[in-house]
Design a protein around this ligand. Structure first.
Ligand SMILES: Nc1nc2c(ncn2[C@@H]2O[C@H](COP(=O)(O)OP(=O)(O)O)[C@@H](O)[C@H]2O)c(=O)[nH]1
Ligand SMILES: [Mg+2]
Length: 358
């Protein structure tokens, strides 16, 4: 599961990518030929609390993988890198919109207007998808003229529905396809079908402002499969240089209560459709990622294929019950530790202990 970072040139994508994935800036602007891939740890106070209880040798949070596009040469700055195979292979798109002013860094459109940039980017997604659909439809019609395959007819109908949506300038993510349709559409890697996280990159003077308060954002904020957040890349960079008590003091001075990067990572995780369950012990306390509704036996398989193969039972307790009780043994006594079978859908925030036998 990956999040692709997209946006116009000089919106702060690479800067945010480095900050999210904990890579130090080299100072030089990144102008690489290949997409960069990096991993961010998902901040989770529940895991921190469980670790405080168990004092394990190792604490392992969940992770989100980010992909940054290569630098775009000057002459192609308006033709964004949206169509790179690395971007198509992602599950969520994080669109970075520039709202910071800096005369030393020219904006490719000549002025600051995050909503205009978002509209432009969304139009680009829709256009790219439309090209893919039209090409495939042409092919299907040609094949159908030769032989009437029911599978092809179904695909034709689905793609015609997609075309109607795209021609009315709407993204596919808003269309509400069912699971079956999603499965059929997956291979096309449509850009406008991917959930979208909009991250407005603010200037330092604006950090306390809400860039989405204007009326013109209202309609966007109601759209499905989207999330909106703001961040100030330079400020997050400064925070990353500090540690411990310095950070807290600095944040207090600025009047900010939470790290924008944490918010970005958490929203990314949510849009990826992932939930966390925990395993605990003196060796390791760990958050594991599964899709919402994943049956216990498959959740066990995420940890080890042996657990899936030899699954007997899952012992399950919500993390806050465990924190209140102090140990799994006490939960067992209190009757809050439940025994669940293979098909039990694991829920966010549950501590799970798998019993298996191979
Ligand atoms: N003032 C200011 N400059 C920024 C901010 N974010 C990025 N930049 C600068 O803008 C330039 C382009 O940033 P970069 O991350 O490479 O943009 P990309 O082309 O979207 O990957 C760099 O010189 C950054 O230092 C910000 O929040 N404030
Ligand atoms: Mg870049």
């Amino acid at each position: 599961m990956k999040v692709g970072i997209l946006g116009l040139a000089a919106s702060g994508k690479s800067t945010l990518f480095r900050l999210l994935t904990g890579q130090r800036s080299t100072g030089a602007p990144a102008r690489r030929d290949t997409a960069q891939v990096g991993v961010a740890r998902v901040p989770d106070p529940r895991l921190v609390a469980l670790s405080a209880l168990y004092e394990p040798r190792k604490e392992t949070p969940a992770a989100v993988t980010y992909v940054d596009v290569p630098g775009i040469p000057e002459e192609h700055r308006r033709e964004t890198a949206f169509n790179l195979p690395e971007m198509r292979a992602t599950d969520v798109l994080m669109v970075v919109l520039r709202a910071f002013a800096d005369e030393a860094v020219p904006h490719p459109m000549g002025s600051l207007d995050p909503l205009r940039d978002l509209r432009y980017i969304e139009e680009e997604f829709i256009l790219q998808d439309q090209l893919v659909v039209e090409k495939r439809l042409e092919r299907i019609r040609r094949d159908l003229a030769k032989r009437k395959a029911p599978e092809l007819v179904r695909e034709l109908e689905l793609l015609e529905r997609c075309l109607t949506v795209l021609e009315s300038e709407r993204p596919l993510r808003a269309e509400g396809f069912d699971a079956e349709d999603h499965k059929r559409l997956r291979g096309f890697t449509f850009l406008s079908l991917k959930p979208m996280l909009v991250a407005v990159n603010l200037g330092e003077a604006e950090i306390a402002s809400d860039p989405f308060s204007d009326e013109c954002w209202a309609e966007w904020r109601e759209r499905p499969q989207m999330a909106f957040t703001q961040v100030c890349a330079t400020l997050e960079g400064e925070l990353a240089e500090l540690d411990g008590p310095d950070t807290a003091a600095f944040m207090e001075d600025l009047g900010i209560t939470d790290r924008a990067l944490d918010r970005v990572i958490r929203e990314s995780y949510r849009l990826l459709g992932l939930i966390s369950f925990f395993t605990v012990g003196e060796d390791e306390c760990r958050a594991w990622s599964v899709g919402s509704g994943t049956p216990a036996v498959e959740a066990g398989g995420v940890i080890h294929s042996d657990i899936q193969r030899g699954f007997i039972r899952a012992e399950v307790v919500p993390y806050d019950e465990l924190l209140g009780a102090g140990s799994l043994a006490t939960c067992r006594q209190r009757g809050t530790l439940r025994l669940e079978g293979k098909t039990y859908p694991v829920r966010d925030g549950e501590v799970v202990h798998f019993r298996f036998n191979v």
